[in-house]
Design a protein around this ligand. Structure first.
Ligand SMILES: Cc1cc2nc3c(=O)[nH]c(=O)nc-3n(C[C@H](O)[C@H](O)[C@H](O)COP(=O)(O)OP(=O)(O)OC[C@H]3O[C@@H](n4cnc5c(N)ncnc54)[C@H](O)[C@@H]3O)c2cc1C
Length: 405
């Protein structure tokens, strides 16, 4: 049996970044993952990966601190400097730009696999013990962390187990941590399209009766322009649209988007994700602590999911590193309580905001329609309110640890 300080289960974007952050501070860490942890490299001409994230400035700072940002930009990433949101059933529209911000950008759109690969490249150079392609992990929880039995029978033990194993987290369930679940009654269709018109680095989202449709800018390849699509639909409508042939799909998409990207010239394979909100009622129990989607999943309409996960990573690493510095046990409940206090309220507020948006834009009631269109128009005319929203969207108003300031 090998005993170490922390075992992280799940090597997605959140688990790999936490492993790197802890290893940097000399905390002995193992990362256990069911898929491969071997990095690869995406060049500009490789096929697009279907899932992307709109990274906030705060997430970029964390990735930079972990030395992964350079590797992301060297592969492919698209800055966005503008954002437009409008009501497809009315006349309300609000447009944001990054002119007032020192960094002159609102964030970056990056494929999830590109982010993960840049993190894996750093992981390969770190002291983290990486154990991948594990299919039948067994856990023995002791009340203070526990043991993980690997496929080959080897046992890893630690006083702190981190569940970074995604929305269906088995570790969260085994630890008996309850969660609040809510079906959004939306399925997201996700794909990449080639558009006739350049996006001018603008992230655009239209709220339709059926749900929000986002066009997120990707890097152009010569004269060819691309956007990543997240189209949230009621399940029956998602069935219909998913079944369309490519030409009919492109046609329907361009008219739903009011031809603002011109004709849709090509579409990649489409993927579908049922959308659920899930929020754990506590973030730790008996030496098992939750981060990322294992703790919370949220509607993608504001592109916040992994950004919240990255802020969990920053705050948990901050608390564990400080505890280590004081000579405290990182698994001590008061240390993990501090992590929970700093994150749970913030994440809950973001979820409530997304639910509010979904109700506001999902309503057919004439009064609510008037209200939201007036609200969008008014917001568009109030520079101070717009600056506040832009400030929030960068993530820099979070309670960030010193090391990523
Ligand atoms: C359509 C859509 C669009 C989105 N757009 C955005 C966006 O623009 N911006 C944004 O911030 N967020 C966005 N999100 C959310 C974002 O994708 C997630 O929040 C993020 O991927 C969560 O990362 P994670 O590492 O916590 O979990 P995951 O990515 O789910 O990773 C979990 C990892 O754990 C591994 N694992 C699972 N079980 C085990 C096990 N038993 N043993 C070992 N390993 C295990 C898995 O293989 C996986 O590698 C979007 C989500 C959706 C559905």
């Amino acid at each position: 049996m090998q005993t170490i300080d922390v075992i992280i289960v799940g090597g997605g974007m959140v688990g790999t970044s936490l492993a790197l952050a802890l290893a940097r501070s000399g905390i002995q860490t193992a990362l256990v993952e069911q898929q491969t942890l071997q990095p690869c490299w995406f060049s500009i001409d490789d096929p697009w990966q279907p899932r992307v994230s709109a990274l906030t400035e705060a997430s970029i700072k964390l990735l930079d601190y972990l030395d992964a940002w350079e590797g992301i930009v060297a592969q492919r990433a698209c800055p966005y400097t503008h954002m437009t949101v409008w009501d497809g059933e009315g006349t309300g529209e609000v447009a944001f730009d990054a002119n007032t911000l020192p960094q002159k950008r609102l964030g970056y759109i990056v494929e999830n696999e590109v982010i993960r690969n840049a993190l894996l490249q750093q992981l390969a150079r770190s002291t983290v013990r990486c154990v991948d392609q594990q299919t039948t992990l067994e856990y023995k929880l002791s009340g203070q962390g526990g043991e993980v039995v690997l496929d080959n029978g080897e046992v890893l033990a630690a006083p702190l187990l981190v569940a970074a194993d995604g929305a269906e987290s088995r570790l969260r369930q085994l630890a008996g941590i309850p969660s609040n679940q809510k079906d959004y009654h939306h399925h997201a269709l996700v794909t990449t399209v080639e558009t006739a018109l350049f996006h001018h680095h603008c992230a655009r989202q239209v709220f339709l009766d059926s749900g929000p449709l986002a066009f997120l800018p990707l890097q152009s390849r010569g004269e060819q322009h691309y956007c990543s699509i997240v189209w949230s639909l009621f399940p029956a409508e998602a069935d219909r649209i998913e079944a369309l042939g490519d030409d009919a799909f492109c046609h329907e998409l361009q008219s739903a988007f009011e031809h603002r990207a011109g004709n849709i010239l090509n579409v990649d394979a489409r993927f579908r994700y049922p959308l659920r909100q899930c929020h754990a009622r506590q973030y730790h129990r008996q030496g098992v602590v939750l981060v990322g989607d294992a703790a919370h999943t949220i509607h993608p309409l504001a592109g916040q999911g992994v950004n919240l996960g990255f802020m969990d990573v920053a705050v948990l690493a901050d608390e564990l590193i400080k505890a280590d510095g004081r000579g405290d046990d990182g698994f001590a409940p008061h240390v993990l309580d501090r992590y929970q206090r700093r994150r749970i309220g913030h994440n809950a507020l973001m979820m409530a905001t997304m639910t509010g948006f979904q109700h506001l834009f999902g309503a057919n009631d004439l009064g609510i329609r008037w209200l939201r269109n007036t609200g969008l128009r008014l917001t568009n005319r109030l520079p101070l309110i717009k600056d506040m929203i832009v400030g929030q969207a960068t993530g820099l108003s979070n309670d960030l640890p010193e090391f990523i300031h």
